[in-house]
Design a protein around this ligand. Structure first.
Ligand SMILES: Cc1cc2nc3c(=O)[nH]c(=O)nc-3n(C[C@H](O)[C@H](O)[C@H](O)COP(=O)(O)OP(=O)(O)OC[C@H]3O[C@@H](n4cnc5c(N)ncnc54)[C@H](O)[C@@H]3O)c2cc1C
Length: 470
């Protein structure tokens, strides 16, 4: 893989390997303008705009609208080679990354592999409670929910019909809140005139949160507003309770309650990519909360003897100026990717004696641009963080929703995606309909297909309907 595959024009240049084409890795590649060749490795062939994943899951957007092929993003950057492969191990001492197909040597390594979903040691719940991290996850969630309502329409058993029309969302963070709000709109507004035998507006939507307020990271009054906005859409919120068991037809809560449901959506946990374990062992360091790698102030592992290795984005642990952990959000990942790019470029420029520039180990400083979460049409909360002129501004309802729309369009990668998403939103706003509601391959639904299909009976008055094969 090494030299023989390197285009002649790039031979002899320092080699930077970037693992992950998420917000941090992508920003690194876009911002790095130095003399080096870059190999960008991602197990997917696309950059994914994760903040809009829930809209794919809720049939508001289709998958290609929130993703862009990494290869096409860098088609004009001749010094960037894109590889679709998975990083299996990092050998810091040998300066090598082992992929499934090749081993890559590097002069600089930028590790930006983000996080993975976690069920807190209960991986068996995943089969009944899909989480959101990839496009496949979102498609699976969407297929499962749409299939449940189709099955409810043909179900004659009232109890089973209720289970199919009950949705339990686990986790009151931004993902859980956005899923709950969007699900409420889907059932109350979008589905309402589409079904004949069931009334989708009576679907039960329950948000289970282990703390005493949702959106715990937000200012308290915004949490309260989010709660009220969700409740106004008919979402039930259960506070101070954990989910202690998930089965195909029910969830159990720590308070003892059992909720019968066929639809559990997991919005509760993300932890750093497991590759961090071997890195910590090699460096003799403890991993930080969530399995993140504690990095030096410049984002490198310099103090462990590896100043050429950088960890950026959700996989890295570093504190802000107030001593608080930098949150796992897209703006932080973008800022870290940019910082690493400037720093490595600066070091390489110095090697070429072309710049006196700032110190090569300049510390990373996180700029908090605030937070926003949407709850539904004209419903959202937003807080502007440290943005000058509007510092600390809190918004609720329509202004927050409008700001949310603007920011998400602005940050989407690719002109086509921006136009398509904008058109989809305008269509949905005007018509109260969602375009992406086609169920593709319902038989491929692996969530709880057996449990769902074996219980489907032919309703007495619809004997023309055949039960689905199990
Ligand atoms: C559902 C959801 C909603 C979110 N909503 C918001 C929001 O509203 N606002 C906000 O600011 N943040 C939000 N976030 C968080 C935000 O998406 C992350 O903070 C951000 O994506 C982190 O960027 P990253 O580059 O560190 O990692 P990621 O964007 O996760 O990118 C990691 C990349 O590494 C690749 N990768 C992983 N493992 C390997 C491997 N072994 N080999 C090769 N490649 C690999 C992945 O395919 C991926 O492309 C949300 C996250 C999720 C999951």
């Amino acid at each position: 893989m090494e030299d023989m595959h390197v285009p002649p024009a790039l031979r002899g240049l320092p080699h930077i390997v970037v693992l992950g084409a998420g917000f941090a890795g992508l920003t690194f590649c876009r911002k790095f303008k130095g003399r080096a060749r870059i190999t960008l490795v991602d197990k997917q062939n696309h950059h994914l705009f994760q903040p809009l994943l829930y809209q794919v899951a809720m049939a508001a957007l289709s998958a290609p609208e929130i993703a862009a092929p990494a290869r096409s993003i860098f088609r004009k950057r001749r010094n960037i080679v894109v590889l679709m492969d998975s990083a299996e191990a990092i050998d810091l001492k040998e300066r090598e990354v082992r992929l499934t197909e090749h081993t890559l040597g590097y002069d600089y390594l930028v590790c930006a592999m983000g996080g993975v979903k976690t069920y807190f040691g209960n991986d068996q719940w995943e089969q009944f409670a899909p989480a959101l991290k990839t496009l496949e996850d979102a498609m699976r969630m969407r297929r499962h929910l749409l299939t449940s309502f189709e099955k409810a329409e043909t179900e004659s058993d009232v109890g089973e019909q209720r289970r199919l029309m009950t949705i339990v969302i686990v986790g009151g963070g931004p993902t859980g809140v956005e899923l709950a709000g969007s699900m409420a709109e889907l059932t109350r507004k979008v589905f309402r005139s589409d079904f004949r035998r069931i009334d989708p507006t009576t679907a039960r939507i329950v948000l289970v949160h282990s703390g005493d307020r949702i959106l715990q990271e937000y200012p308290e009054d915004l949490s309260e507003s989010a709660k009220q906005q969700l409740q106004s859409l008919g979402v039930e919120i259960v506070f101070n309770q954990r989910v202690v068991d998930v089965q195909c037809d029910h969830v159990k809560l720590s308070g003892g309650e059992t909720i019968e449901t066929r639809n559990v959506l997991w919005g509760a946990g993300v932890r750093a990519n497991p590759i961090t374990r071997s890195v910590a062992d090699c460096c003799g360091i403890e991993l930080a909360r969530g399995g993140r790698v504690p990095v030096d102030a410049d984002l490198s592992l310099g103090s462990c003897g590896y100043p050429e290795v950088f960890f950026v984005g959700d996989i890295a642990a570093i504190n802000d100026d107030d001593g608080e952990p930098v949150p796992g959000v897209a703006p932080a990942a973008i800022q870290m990717g940019k910082h690493a790019a400037e720093l490595i470029q600066n070091r390489l420029d110095r090697q070429h004696a072309r710049s006196a520039g700032p110190e090569a180990n300049e510390p990373f400083r996180y700029w908090d641009k605030g937070m926003m979460a949407t709850i539904g049409r004209k419903r959202a909360v937003a807080w502007t963080g440290d943005i000058p002129l509007i510092r600390g501004l809190k918004m609720k309802g329509f202004p927050a929703w409008f700001a949310w729309l603007f920011v998400h369009i602005a940050y989407l990668i690719g002109f086509r995606n921006r136009v398509m998403v904008l058109l989809s939103w305008v269509y949905a706003y005007v018509t109260f309909r969602r375009g992406a509601r086609i169920i593709i391959s319902p038989e491929a639904d692996t969530v709880d297909r057996d449990a769902l299909t074996t219980s489907v009976k032919v309703p007495a008055d619809r004997s023309d309907l055949e039960p689905q094969p199990a």
